[in-house]
Design a protein around this ligand. Structure first.
Ligand SMILES: C[S@@+](CC[C@H](N)C(=O)[O-])C[C@H]1O[C@@H](n2cnc3c(N)ncnc32)[C@H](O)[C@@H]1O
Length: 307
């Protein structure tokens, strides 16, 4: 059942977020991935008078935890929506935090279908009030689409073999449960990586597909600079390389400005840099890793809007 979610890089993320926007007069911070509110609660503790926090999450259960917080705290409000709709929080934002992926309560609750370690219906939707479940996708998608998902979102080298096994099995009996999928994938996967269940990549890929995780991230990155105040910060914690690569590329590109041939005379304000990178990417400390193994793959990047 759902337990606690231990927020990753909690102090580091909140500190990085709140240190920006000095003197911009901007009053609204955004937590794009409320989860169970670990980061939100920490942000609320350090908000000054007149500042507000708006949180997003696609998960109806996150909405339940948020209700409690908003009843206690008038500076807080919650939107049951994708962070891709960031403009709903307003513009001139003082800071935006994303702690991507799934939460521990989502993973640990077998009825949500996210984990190969839990038995349950093969659902995987963060917003389980609408859209296609993982089972519906696996049972109806073309082989080519399944292969593409496993390859693109799981970087699964054995996508072809695994998808053949999925298709063979679904002709006999459609997939309904996480444990069936885990067993079929484990039997079809010839390479068992160390410390990794052989269905890890397949589950990750399906989850990213079902929730359009990378598409949502791209939508947010496409608008976040315009919605931040000058001096406002974007803080992103990623948990796998597909996310982090996007965030890294985006931040570097916006910090570098327009690519122009060498020697083209240009004023500074024409270069088009819109972000300043702040510090090196951060990982969790050894102490945090000892207390929270989920922090192992976390990487945090911070940038500030400059223009
Ligand atoms: C790692 S958890 C966040 C945990 C949170 N920082 C905490 O301290 O409890 C990620 C959360 O983001 C949500 N989420 C993922 N992608 C989302 C999106 N595009 N829009 C809104 N919420 C999203 C998930 O439902 C999940 O609850």
């Amino acid at each position: 059942m759902s337990g606690m979610h231990q927020a990753v890089l909690l102090e580091e993320a909140v500190e990085a977020l709140m240190a920006g926007a000095g003197g911009t007069g901007s009053e609204v911070y955004v937590d794009g991935t409320f989860g169970r509110g670990g980061h939100s609660a920490a942000i609320l503790r350090v908000l000054s008078d007149g500042q507000r926090l708006v949180a997003f999450d696609k998960d109806p259960e996150a909405m339940e935890s948020a209700r409690l917080l908003s009843s206690e705290n008038p500076a807080f409000s919650f939107l049951h929506d994708s962070f891709g709709n960031l403009e709903r929080a307003g513009s001139g934002l003082a800071g935006v935090l994303l702690d991507l992926g799934v939460s521990s309560p989502q993973l640990d609750d077998g009825s949500r279908g996210f984990s190969f370690q839990q038995q349950g219906p093969l659902d995987m939707r963060m917003d389980n009030s609408k859209g296609e479940t993982a089972a519906e996708f696996i049972n109806s998608a073309s082989e080519a689409d399944l292969r593409r998902v496993l390859w693109d979102f799981g970087e699964e080298k054995f996508a072809r073999r695994i998808v053949s096994a999925l298709v063979k099995r679904r002709m006999v009996e459609p997939f309904e449960r996480t444990e069936d999928l885990a067993a079929v994938v484990a039997a079809a996967n010839p390479a068992w990586e160390k410390h990794k269940h052989p269905a890890t990549r397949t589950f990750q890929a399906l989850r990213i597909h079902v929730n359009r995780e990378l598409a949502d991230l791209d939508i947010l990155l496409g608008k976040v600079i315009d919605l931040l105040a000058v001096g406002g910060r974007l803080v992103v914690i990623s948990f796998h390389s597909l996310e982090d690569r996007r965030v890294k590329t985006f931040m570097r590109r916006e910090a570098r400005g327009r690519e122009l041939p060498r020697g083209v005379p240009i004023r500074d304000d024409e270069r088009g840099e819109r972000l300043r990178l702040l510090g090196k990417p951060r990982r969790a400390s050894d102490d945090e890793l000892a207390a929270n193994p989920r922090a192992r793959s976390a990487i945090m990047r911070v940038a500030e809007r400059i223009a």
